[in-house]
Design a protein around this ligand. Structure first.
Ligand code: TYM
Length: 327
């Protein structure tokens, strides 16, 4: 039996370099040798107010972007979260096995509550239970994510262990896996913060559909420091972020990168990082341009994905439901 992998991404805005290097690129690599299930987490997205038409459109667009990034549905299953009711149904059962204390410790809940003080809704609080349901429905071995999802996957493990202990073996215990270099890609304008879709400053992130001119312009504006030294020094947050992005995209080792930039300034570093990003994302943009004109094809892929995912999810949900005594 192949190892099974599950991960998901929210359809809020176009995906950025952090999503790509932290998660999606790992997914594309792992689908070749594992049984992969990838989900567009649109149900999670409504924990923040969304414009319904926009959410509807970005959900399908994200599917086209993921296919353009190289998700291959001959090898992997891709579906939309809201097309399978077992996700929210299992989330309810899991919520009844998670404490308020555990949920209130989640840093994402604290961050998002601060950012949206007028809409601290119960869904935002229960968000990790839905995420645990996503994972536990699929008998998953591993969950490739960026570092900001570490705490949520940990909680999914905790609730699965608790449930199994109380009701007998029901869920497989998953483990989170992170990319070695880019588990936390930082903002280009404020490298003390992670690159984030909800950042109001468009220069803080490279989106996967940025044109070469936009990438170059954003890199030029990237924050560095006044030391003028190109070294893998985590204290030099901006430079370190650019170097790790460069290393992850090129695959060059540390010595050869340091050799390449010896005696060079930040201008050269920004230029080379920009070109490496363009080389990676330009073909994605081209494939997206074709796919986005063929949304019927994308929708068919998603329907087929939902059919396959539902077969797996309904087995695990039915068992969990029986275990807690629900008729
Ligand atoms: P989301 O949509 O915020 O992000 C999708 C993936 O991108 C990663 N990521 C980053 N990685 C590195 N550097 C960054 N700056 C960066 N920003 C985002 C995230 O860690 C994630 O892997 N709750 C999840 C979606 C989700 C999910 C799941 C994930 C729903 N159910 C089940 C795994 C398993 C989220 O909001 O990701």
């Amino acid at each position: 039996m192949k190892e099974r992998v599950f991960s998901a991404i929210q359809p809020t805005g176009i995906i950025h370099l952090g999503n790509y290097l932290g998660a999606v690129k790992q997914w594309v690599q792992t689908q070749k040798h594992t049984d992969c299930i990838f989900c567009i987490a649109n149900t999670h997205a409504i924990t923040i107010r969304q414009n319904p038409q926009t959410l509807h459109a970005t959900t399908y667009n994200l599917a086209a972007i993921l296919l353009a990034c190289g998700i291959d549905t001959e090898q992997a299953t891709l579906f939309i979260q809201s097309s399978i009711d077992a996700h929210t149904a299992l989330a309810w059962i899991l919520e009844c096995h998670l404490s308020m204390g555990e949920l209130s410790r989640m840093t994402q809940f604290k961050d998002k509550s601060q950012k949206h003080p007028k809409n601290i809704n119960a869904g935002l609080f229960n968000y990790p239970a839905l995420m645990a349901a996503d994972i536990l429905l699929y008998d998953v071995d591993s969950v490739p994510v960026g570092d900001d999802q570490r705490q949520h996957v940990e909680l999914a493990r905790d609730v699965a262990i608790r449930f199994n202990h109380e009701y007998g073996e029901t869920f497989k215990i998953p483990k989170a896996v992170f990319p070695t270099l880019t588990a936390r890609v930082m903002s280009l304008t404020d490298p003390s913060k992670k690159m984030s879709k909800s950042d109001d400053n468009p220069n803080s992130m490279i989106t996967i559909l940025d044109s070469p001119e936009t990438v170059r312009a954003k890199l030029k504006k990237a924050t560095t420091d006044s030391l003028g030294q190109i070294a893998f020094n985590p204290e030099q947050k901006g430079v370190y972020n650019l170097l790790t992005i460069y290393q992850s995209l090129t695959g060059y080792n540390t010595e050869s990168i340091l050799g390449e930039f010896e005696g060079k300034g930040y201008g050269t570093l920004k230029e080379r990082v920009g070109e490496a990003i363009i080389a990676e994302i330009a073909p994605i943009g081209e494939r997206y341009a074709v796919l986005s004109k063929n949304m019927q094809y994308v929708q068919k892929i998603l329907q087929e994905g939902a059919r396959k995912a539902n077969e797996i999810a309904s087995v695990r949900y039915t068992l969990a439901k029986e275990r807690v005594g629900l008729v």
